[in-house]
Ligand binder design. Structure first.
Ligand SMILES: C[S@@+](CC[C@H](N)C(=O)[O-])C[C@H]1O[C@@H](n2cnc3c(N)ncnc32)[C@H](O)[C@@H]1O
Length: 202
């Protein structure tokens, strides 16, 4: 787990955040209600978007201590109570059916075992809960751009602390058993927002 990536993350992302990503995050997180689990919260970029009229409490998980440390100011500035737990998504320290909503942004690209993380998310979230995702994904609609993603991935992984630029996260979600209720794609399919429901039985 790198120390350099947490240091540059906010600075490197700032232009894109201002231009577009902030809007994607805001719209998505406006739907997070009740007790919320946020996966891989990083420097806490999402923390300011939780609305106290909908979100009661956020348990965030983040395995990189340097990322967690950098989110402290945003926890203090947030309008809802937030606790960050230093763990990975593949083994969540919560009982079954704990959460009303789950939020994950730009994180499935980096999780070493995304299928296991999806199973854990389904386990700890309640039947009918909302799973709100914003991810960059493999650009399946453009074979040329997908090929560029493939070529860049080995270097990208080194620079961006394990991030797979070419990960087929949209397909992983579609195969996961979650009920996908709404999908939006942006930048020729590089980014996707997905609103899903945990359709497991009570
Ligand atoms: C690109 S950053 C995104 C941070 C934040 N979610 C955002 O939208 O800005 C990816 C994050 O995933 C975290 N991560 C890496 N492995 C993880 C795992 N197994 N479970 C949960 N998060 C993980 C990294 O530490 C990093 O903070």
């Amino acid at each position: 787990m790198g120390k350099c990536f947490p240091r540059i993350y906010d600075f490197a992302m700032a232009p894109l955040e201002r231009k577009k990503l902030k809007g994607f995050r805001k719209n998505l997180i406006a739907n997070a209600e009740g007790r919320v689990l946020e996966i891989g919260s990083g420097t806490g970029v999402n923390f300011g978007f939780y609305l106290p009229i909908r979100t009661k409490y956020v348990d965030a998980i983040e395995p990189n201590p340097d990322m967690k440390e950098r989110s402290v100011k945003r926890i203090e500035a947030a309008s809802v109570p937030i606790q960050v737990h230093l763990v990975g998504a593949e083994k969540l320290p919560f009982p079954d059916n704990t959460f009303d909503s789950v939020v994950a942004t730009l994180v499935f690209c980096t999780i070493p075992d995304p299928e296991q993380a999806l199973r854990e998310i389904q386990r700890v979230s309640k039947p009918g809960s909302s799973i709100l995702l914003f991810e960059h994904v493999r650009m399946n609609d453009s074979p040329f751009l997908a090929k560029i993603q493939e070529k860049l991935t080995p270097l990208w992984k080194k620079v961006c602390d394990g991030c797979h630029l070419n990960r087929n996260t949209k397909e992983l979600i579609l195969q996961s058993g979650l009920k996908v209720t709404h999908v939006n794609t942006y930048y020729k399919g590089l980014f996707v927002t997905m609103n899903c429901t945990n359709s497991k039985r009570r």
